[in-house]
Write a protein that binds this ligand. Structure first.
Ligand SMILES: [Zn+2]
Ligand SMILES: [Zn+2]
Length: 329
């Protein structure tokens, strides 16, 4: 098992990375269950996002009576709430890890500094570029989709359930939301890599070869709008607003935390907050691999899985050669 390859990475988690054993035949049922349970540890962003979904629903969301009519008042409040959440998740994490460097380069994948004096970025600066795109259009796209869903719940276009009316479905759907989010993200992300969409839209996100928390939502506004659109699931599937909030938080909080560039944030008492995503970090460096996450079957299906090893490097180098030969033909 490899742990660190000096020179190329400052830190890597144990490799080879492995996608969910559920996608591999013959299925290792015990391994699949352990993998799934690991995603629900208390020190993962998923549990934080779930708790936050309940908090936002209880204390920081419009009433259904208010949301029945589209009006600037409640939508502006929603935007301010979302701006606050993204600021804490992306800007707060950036300040902690990069500006104040509270754990230096410990557990950081790629220790190179974020881009400065590079003309591809707005203001020639990666952090400023990322901050503008994240705190500007990304929060607006989130707010548009969430306001639309509140309006749909309030007017009965989205069927609403409650904990008391349907507790089994309530819990089951909470377990489904991360799977839906992973599947939707991987497919739309792979489609964004098709030309000419890549060149005009997704290339904005790939200006970030090395990433920080503000890179997570630093995208072309069209991509941000597409990213948050997975809430349309709840126009078809009966749900509670907590499910919808859990889904949008996978992007509003999940994307900044999966782009921290660190494998974990070290907290007091030896606790590690598992925010990193080396699988996606490889995507940012090598581009034509790892379009989904470890809990999506896409990369295995299209033979684009980079497992973080030297063999993975060779495999993806060959794939890139094949893709560029195909593009020239
Ligand atoms: Zn990409
Ligand atoms: Zn990314």
């Amino acid at each position: 098992m490899e742990t660190v390859r000096p020179g190329r990475w400052n830190f890597i988690p144990p490799v080879p990375l492995q996608s969910w054993p559920l996608f591999h035949w013959p299925i290792d049922a015990g391994g699949a269950l352990r993998f799934w349970l690991r995603g629900w540890r208390l020190t993962t962003p998923r549990v934080i996002m779930l708790a936050l979904a309940f908090v936002l629903w209880r204390w920081a969301s419009p009433s259904l009576e208010t949301a029945a009519t589209l009006a600037p008042g409640w939508i502006v409040l929603l935007w301010l709430r979302n701006l606050t959440v993204v600021s804490v998740a992306a800007l707060g994490t950036h300040l902690y890890l990069y500006t104040f460097a509270r754990q230096g380069d410990e557990l950081r994948y790629d220790a190179r500094p974020l881009g400065r004096n590079k003309r591809i970025f707005l203001f020639n600066d990666q952090v400023r570029d990322n901050a503008v795109l994240t705190l500007g259009p990304a929060v607006i796209c989130w707010t548009i989709w969430e306001a639309f869903m509140w309006w749909a719940y309030a007017n009965g276009w989205a069927t609403m359930i409650s904990w008391s009316s349907n507790p089994v479905w309530f819990v089951a759907l909470l377990l489904v939301v991360p799977l839906w989010s992973a599947l939707y993200f991987s497919v739309q992300h792979w489609l964004l890599h098709r030309r000419p969409v890549y060149r005009h839209v997704h290339a904005w996100h790939h200006r970030n070869v090395n990433v920080g928390p503000l890179s997570g939502l630093a995208m072309h506004p069209a991509e941000q709008f597409l990213l948050f659109s997975d809430v349309v699931l709840f126009l078809i599937v009966p749900s509670h607003p907590v499910h919808m909030l859990f889904a949008v938080l996978h992007h509003g909080v999940g994307a900044p935390l999966s782009h921290t560039g660190y494998d974990a944030i070290k907290l007091p008492l030896g606790i590690r907050l598992h925010v990193g995503d080396f699988h996606h970090q490889l995507h940012h460096r090598l581009i034509e691999c790892n379009y989904g996450g470890l809990d999506s079957p896409l990369d295995d299906l299209i033979d684009a899985f980079h497992d973080g090893t030297s063999e993975g490097d060779r495999h993806i180098a060959e794939r890139r050669k094949r893709l560029s030969a195909g593009a020239r033909a």
